[in-house]
Design a protein around this ligand. Sequence first.
Ligand SMILES: O=C[C@H](O)[C@H](O)COP(=O)(O)O
Ligand SMILES: C=C(OP(=O)(O)O)C(=O)O
Length: 449
Amino acid sequence: MNVNAKTDAGVQTWRDLPAAQQPDWPDREALRGVIAELESYPPLVFAGECDQLRSRLGAVARGEAFLLQGGDCAEAFDQVSAEHIRNKLKTLLQMGAVLTYAGAVPVVKVGRIAGQYSKPRSKPTETRDGVTLPSYRGDSVNGFEFTAEARRPDPERLKRMYHASASTLNLVRAFTTGGYADLRQVHAWNQDFVKNSPSGQRYEALAREIDQALKFMRACGTDPEELRTVEFYSSHEALLLDYESALTRVDSRSGELYDVSGHMVWIGERTRQLDGAHVEFASRVRNPVGVKLGPTTTSEEALELIERVDPGREPGRLTFITRMGADKIRDRLPELVEKVTASGAPVAWICDPMHGNTFEAASGHKTRRFDDVLDEVKGFFEVHKSLGTHPGGIHMELTGDDVTECVGGGDEIFVDDLHQRYETACDPRLNRSQSLDLAFLVAEMYRDQ
Ligand SMILES: O=C[C@H](O)[C@H](O)COP(=O)(O)O
Ligand SMILES: C=C(OP(=O)(O)O)C(=O)O
């Protein structure tokens, strides 16, 4: 990677196409200045790491591994703290241990982390008590507070997103390679959790089995170095194309373009137009790319997306993240999987059981039922089982904090509890206990598959 290389003209082709969900920046001159500055910043990830993730996702596409992708709906600048990052990571590591051990499958771990600061919205504005202001679009664009000043898009925030992503990634790298993620710590990740949570107790029993297995391996004279660190990757929605293209660099090894803002990027349900700027941008970079597919996706669109993003039919290059809703997945998914499989395209299929299952509670909180989330994952496994294809993984909105944003779960949260710790800046996340519950249930489904 030539770290001094500036953005290449080849990544600017999206500018000629309609780009949905871009902020209405009031000061274009200021935006241009910020883009120029971002273009001079060092990469957050390396091209070789993106290639490695692509090869791991290739294993997912071939049915040899399972993808666990998860993290906040929207990261926030004021949550870039050691505690929040560690809690999130700990939850993902615990889920990874459950899936690997109970599901007996290698797990590729990817965070919605270190870059997930931008949100597409259903409506451009929000009205409260007769006052209408621009919608909150993520900390990379404007502030959450409902004031005209906070909601004004400010391009300086793009630089804050870069720095927040850099500090987060720095700590994630330290945690995952510096000893914290050593599998021998499998109990330590659970210490604060085991006493008062049913899923923590269930996890503890599994951790004891893992411990036993490690002791057995050591007694047999093998103590693999690989268990001391964890391969962990970053991902986010490539929504703000000014930011993503400013962070796109030419890889000096291959001359190819990589979006070095994160290892994997995805295109959302609201921005996957075939003739739109986001698909064009994704088609230009070599990172592994995800595309969200909602219930209105046709098989023709899915095939055309493959043509555009993965013309070389490379396993691991393209991941379809389906988010149909529990009530639709059994109807909508089979045709997509059938037609794509018949075309010979080696995509990985991942289930996002969050975005099709959101509703507003009487209290006004946006929420999701744990049972709907689970049912969508069940439907996903059923469809793949009936077609003989591989259920490649799950994509979750979750946090390591003890929030009350989704209802249900073993340590049940009721609608009346939602107000207690409702902290998300956008969509409701599973808390740690609900995330672990889900990991156990998914591991069972995977094993049964
Ligand atoms: O996370 C996804 C989207 O940004 C979110 O679902 C949009 O929600 P909205 O309908 O509140 O805009
Ligand atoms: C906006 C998101 O999802 P979708 O594009 O599927 O609505 C998201 O994952 O944050």
